[in-house]
Design a protein around this ligand. Structure first.
Ligand code: CP3
Length: 369
């Protein structure tokens, strides 16, 4: 039986606000586009209410709830992009690992990878449609329900960041178990990183086929690697993801989509990342926008980077900080965002003040002719 239109990745509504996609491509926009990492999150009372009913990963497996959670921040704020509600840890799950979310503690793996022998427990080849089709269905539904208001961003965790979770079994301050693998078992670490890269490429292409209009790769744990280890264990995989996704989209006759890389605390790798096929480099708040602009000499669009904690400041001060940030980045080839995700105790009104300030200080009069 033919499925109804809103469940199929075709006949999507025409995109009305394309400022985010234009900025990714360094084209002129009428204002600086803005979105927030973790904009669908626990700081919103309506999110807590929707999420309260069931387990976190059950939520991730329900396209209707993912769609609702994705749309919630857009009902409150004039954001210029939506990001699909999901999680980076759906990939380790697809490879056969058991993960659950413990309230107050975060993700917990029941059997993390302890030594290279444990690699045998992982599936070596997976069909992403079979294992992660629920994410694709959430993307398709959400793209329809957005009614073309703003573009929808898909995402993944990067191989190194996923490897840390799979070995540490959850959050960690030192990442010492995962880093031990890099020093004691470099070859098998590369095997694991390559396996993750292969799955990620199929997963991202699948997200675009399902309706994602841009992709962000989260290398959230770049900071625990020094420049040398980053060059060996993170960068090659990040680069390969961007180039393989782009060539696969081309060979499958799909339109190219902008790709964003966000390597948190990876300041030492900015120039190398700028030589990759990503369109946009995401900056965390420890980086100085002017310096990065100078270093990269306009090669890439930039995204970021207000300290999320700046949202604890008064609304007046948020405005001042946003004004300064816009001056430092310049308005072209720039997407305003925070330097990392929103925290659960943040005041939604202050998030609104951040978004409004970006628009207020960056709107240009439409030029005649
Ligand atoms: O940005 C968005 O609004 C989209 C949704 C999104 C979530 N996770 C939902 C989520 C995105 C993009 C992610 C990515 C993600 N997940 C990352 C990379 C980004 C980053 O923060 O560096 C990481 C490292 C994870 C793993 C993860 N998921 C952790 C460490 C936690 C616990 C943190 C916490 O705040 O408790 C999660 C849970 C999670 N993922 C929540 C949300 C909204 C909160 C838990 C809940 O709703 O019960």
């Amino acid at each position: 039986m033919e499925q109804p239109d809103h469940l199929q990745p075709k006949n999507f509504p025409r995109l009305v606000n394309d400022s985010f996609l234009c900025a990714c491509r360094k084209q002129d926009t009428s204002h600086v586009p803005v979105w927030c990492m973790r904009q669908a999150g626990r700081y919103l009372p309506e999110f807590r209410e929707t999420r309260a009913a069931q387990d976190f990963f059950e939520t991730c497996r329900s396209p209707e709830i993912c769609c609702e959670l994705t749309l919630q921040p857009l009902r409150r704020f004039p954001l210029d992009a939506a990001i699909i509600f999901s999680d980076i840890l759906v990939i380790p799950q697809a490879l056969g690992m058991e993960v659950h979310m413990e309230p107050g503690r975060g993700p917990v793996f029941s059997e993390p990878l302890k030594d290279p022998e444990d690699m045998k427990k992982l599936k070596t080849k997976i069909d992403v449609v079979e294992e992660l089709g629920y994410v694709f269905r959430a993307i398709t539904l959400t793209r329809h329900k957005l009614e073309g208001r703003v573009p929808l961003i898909g995402f993944t965790g990067a191989p190194w960041t996923l490897m840390t979770y799979m070995i540490e079994g959850g959050g960690s301050n030192t990442m010492s178990k995962a880093k031990r693998w890099l020093y004691q078992h470099p070859k098998i670490s590369h095997t694991l990183l390559q396996l993750l890269t292969d799955v990620i490429v199929d997963y991202l292409v699948g997200q675009v086929a399902a309706g994602a209009q841009a992709l962000q790769v989260f290398e959230s744990h770049a900071g625990c690697l020094g420049p040398k280890q980053f060059s060996e264990f993170a960068l090659p995989y990040l680069r390969s993801i961007a180039s393989r996704v782009k060539s696969k989209l081309k060979s499958d006759n799909m339109d190219a989509v902008p790709m964003i890389v966000f390597a948190k605390d990876g300041h030492y790798a900015i120039e190398e990342l700028a030589e990759s096929s990503y369109d946009v480099i995401g900056l965390d708040w420890t980086m100085c926008p002017k310096e990065v602009r100078q270093k990269l000499a306009g090669r890439k669009a930039l995204q970021g980077n207000l300290d999320p904690c700046a949202l604890y400041a008064s609304k007046e001060n948020i405005e001042k900080m946003v004004k300064q940030m816009l001056e430092d980045f310049g308005h072209q080839g720039y997407i305003a965002n925070l330097g990392h995700g929103l925290y659960p105790d943040m005041d939604p009104e202050h998030v609104g003040a951040f978004v409004d300030a970006v628009h207020k200080f960056s709107k240009t009069e439409t030029k005649e002719n």
